[in-house]
Design a protein around this ligand. Sequence first.
Ligand SMILES: CC(C)(COP(=O)(O)OP(=O)(O)OC[C@H]1O[C@@H](n2cnc3c(N)ncnc32)[C@H](O)[C@@H]1OP(=O)(O)O)[C@@H](O)C(=O)NCCC(=O)NCCS
Length: 390
Amino acid sequence: MTDALRLVDITEDQLDAVLRVRARSFGPLPGSSREQWHKDAVEFLEDGRYVGVVDGDEVIAAARIWDFRQWWGGRQVPMAGIAGVVVSPEYRGRGVGSMLMRGVLQRSIDRGFPLTALYPATTVIYRKLGYEFGGGRYRFSFQAADLRSLGGRGVDIRRAGPADAGRFLELVAEAHEGGRASGVLGWPEAKVAEWLADDEDVFAYLADDGFVVYNWDGNNLRVDELIAHSETTARALWATVGSGSSTARTVHAYISPNDPVHLLAQLEADKETHVQHWMLRLLDAPAAIAARGFAPGVVAEVDLWLDDAEVPAHSGRWHLSVADGSGKLMPSEGTGDVLRLGSRGLSALYAGTPLATLRGSGLASGGSVAADGVLDTAFGGAPAYMLDFF
Ligand SMILES: CC(C)(COP(=O)(O)OP(=O)(O)OC[C@H]1O[C@@H](n2cnc3c(N)ncnc32)[C@H](O)[C@@H]1OP(=O)(O)O)[C@@H](O)C(=O)NCCC(=O)NCCS
């Protein structure tokens, strides 16, 4: 690496250069998508969420930071979603990607995000910086004819549009708070309205206590989101999608592995479930613990030792208290052997990975194995899943 390499904020006149690096990383953008890409890029850079590396004047790497919220234990936590991480081929393997990602982590910390997440194309660079698998984006495939027969005929369903965005978000919040969901992204109302405005490509239907948004996926159909607060509404919404069975054989669905449809459908989902794993990292551990929810009734009082080379403020001994559905992480004056976690172990634990897995992969050590159950109970629960790719 030369001394001329610098972290910068990407500016609008550098976007053509970013697009060049991007084409060499992910393939060329089709002409029809360029305008939208440019428009999105400007939103990121105007808000200080487009970080790059330059060699002299030349842009050689870039990454963007989505301003997301993510449900954890039924509460929304601000999360920096990292995307479009690209390094020019001739600069790869020399630490440029790591330099860029350190800049991205610092920017995310400066912007007050307690968490960051990303979909990795390669895990190596992100693990070295403290990310670990947090959950999956699951796509299950059902037979349309099976869904068609689920019933729910008495339920009133109407076509939904942008004016329903607020109601959609109320139904989502009720479902995720009640189900203590983890992993799912929380979208602002304006973005949901934009999504629902696309009447040609997005088929959205609303019932009193649920909704579905689905679409074509080649010759099949694809459910992007389905929320139902009662069995009959779940039956009606799935049957509405399945009503396409004369022209679509399969319905793909982005849903939780725990979604009730698994228990409603007569036929098991296709055995070849598609899973894309995403990675998580804590950027401000006390804030991340304070913001998330925990299951009511869980009580934990545990000391632990954290090591974090990238976020030195994390390193040291901490005391975790969990009670009444909330948690607190405070510096501890305690002594003696306690559970030790690095950033990868802490991130995976936060996401609900059992301590036996963390010990078995070398991501946790020390303390008493007998005490692991308390932490497993505190952080465990429904598996963390995401519906969206970013
Ligand atoms: C992935 C990418 C960003 C890495 O950038 P880079 O500048 O080569 O990264 P670094 O030199 O800082 O590498 C950091 C570590 O990751 C490892 N690494 C980087 N790319 C890797 C790959 N494709 N496979 C396995 N390990 C990889 C490096 O070997 C290094 O580990 P080491 O210190 O043990 O050698 C770059 O290769 C790229 O732009 N690829 C194409 C686009 C892409 O996949 N982006 C990621 C989207 S999530």
